[in-house]
Design a protein. Structure first.
Length: 143
């Protein structure tokens, strides 16, 4: 998740997982925080930590397609549907996934453009969307 500070992030977590008890730290905590911070600072990199992504076949396929996208080629919603062999009408469902996604930069929805180049409803806001896109074009992944 993305937020403007610790309290906002804790509120988002509590909202997303209302039955959970939030516990700081843990065995691999520092490593995970370092990896996530690195990805946010350099969104063109690959996210190597495992993700617990739930959802049906369509959602799993769409998330896998988005994760396979390149910084150099920003796909449209229609191209994502083509990648997962879905009909063009499914683009609205892909856009809905983008608008609701909680994996922020780990699933790079910020790379996906709307139909005919229009922006998608990026959950974390237009300002963050543009900032992530600028950061990716400034720091391309190693070849």
């Amino acid at each position: 998740m993305l937020g403007d500070g610790r309290e906002e992030l804790l509120d988002l977590l509590a909202e997303e997982f209302p039955s959970a008890t939030l516990i700081e730290g843990g065995h691999d905590y520092a490593h995970v925080v370092e990896r996530v911070s690195h990805l946010i600072e350099r969104p063109a990199g690959k996210f190597e930590l495992p993700l617990d992504i739930s959802g049906g076949d369509f959602e799993q396929a769409a998330l896998a397609a988005v994760r396979s996208t390149s910084v150099l080629k920003k796909p449209t919603l229609l191209e994502i549907t083509q990648m997962i062999w879905a009909p063009p009408s499914a683009a609205v469902y892909v856009a809905d996934l983008c608008a609701k996604d909680t994996f922020a930069v780990a699933v790079p929805w910020h790379r996906v453009e709307g139909i005919e180049g229009l922006e998608t409803g990026y959950r974390w806001g237009a300002e963050r969307l543009h900032k992530l896109r600028r950061m990716e074009t400034m720091v391309l992944p190693p070849s």
